[in-house]
Design a protein around this ligand. Sequence first.
Ligand code: AMP
Ligand code: GLY
Length: 420
Amino acid sequence: MNVLIIGSGGREHAICVSCKKSTEVNQIFCMPGNAGTEQISKNVLIDLDNFEEIVKFVKKNNIDLVIVGPEKPLVDGIVDFLEKNKVKVFGPNKIASKLEGSKIFTKKLCEKYKIPTANFGIFNTSKDANNFIENCKLPIVVKADGLASGKGVYICNKKEEALTAIKEIFKGKFGLAKEILIEEFLNGEEMSFFIISDGKTYCPFGTAQDHKRVLEGDKGKNTGGMGAYSPSRLENENLNNKILNKIIKPTLKGLDDLNTNFKGFLYAGLMIVENEPFLIEYNVRMGDPECQTILPKLKTDFLKLINACVNNNLNSINLEWHDDKSLCIVLCSKGYPDEYKNNLEIKNMENIKLNQNEFIFHAGTKKEENKILSNGGRVLNFVVRSDSFKNNRVKAINLINQINWGNGFFRGDIGYKVID
Ligand code: AMP
Ligand code: GLY
């Protein structure tokens, strides 16, 4: 099969590596890819908003399957466009992608199908939202409706913070805002829960715990994710069943009632409160860095799995996993998630010897004149799999220390709740 992977992060490099291992693969293309994908596939530069150019490229290069990594093209309807042009594609359609594209869509679905989630209110003027804040309990969470690269969520400990959040959102900081979501703060432990679906059936696809905050001890600003470990320490059969029965199944039923379905990876961001799951948000794709953490545990041929989903045939696949532990540390550019410098050379990459079950996935990197340069806030992912989270972390840090790059920083405490 010729495969096109859309995206440029660590998630997409991990997907690319999994495709490369498949017995089904012929050629892989990544759009736009990074310095890591360039080593095992062909990077292609086409504007991801230009669906017509993407279809032309697909036809010209006899691509059999397109895998979409990030949310934006999904929410913009790339799957509908490709399918209309008879291109096989793995990912949810535009309506199903509203699960991530509109937090208010998801909240209304939760209400209708009694899916456990934080209590909430939806307001369409700042006056109504401000009045509500006057009498609410703190902390309170204020959210912009649409995609905001993880930045449209304000956890407010003071009324003034909530009022500022409301003002910024209605002023258009995250795009035109007709409505705003305000919700109760849930106190618990977060867990990322994944399924893969072909639109007819689904299979659980692992759990992970992501460390979103930039500083050790889960302090400081929110980021895309500084590291993760899988499985989540909260996972147990009883909780899994509750998640499937109370959250996943009613959601898929809700899409069915809208005359559509979900094909792709669905990522439920959950808050677990005393072994009870509450839905915080949906993402309609794999997580990053959860994808890099989970895929090395997959035994089943990845491309066979994805191809089966695209052909509504997930039932034919026997999903098998390595029954051990995986941990990922993200090496970032100093300054991230605020300002940081790009184009700084990362030396010594080629001299690093990886043992079995050790992986380096590129994210914000590019190759120029045989040099690897930084090209983003999250730059490299170091993943180690074994029967011990502690050993994984020690080994991942050893790998990072072999790299000669003065502009990097990372969290040394990833997985502290299962290690320290
Ligand atoms: P979201 O983009 O909705 O996942 O929100 C980003 C982060 O904000 C989540 O990963 C949580 O850490 C936090 N968060 C969002 N909503 C809530 C809530 N209702 N209660 C507590 N924390 C929340
Ligand atoms: N790791 C969080 C995300 O992918 O949204």
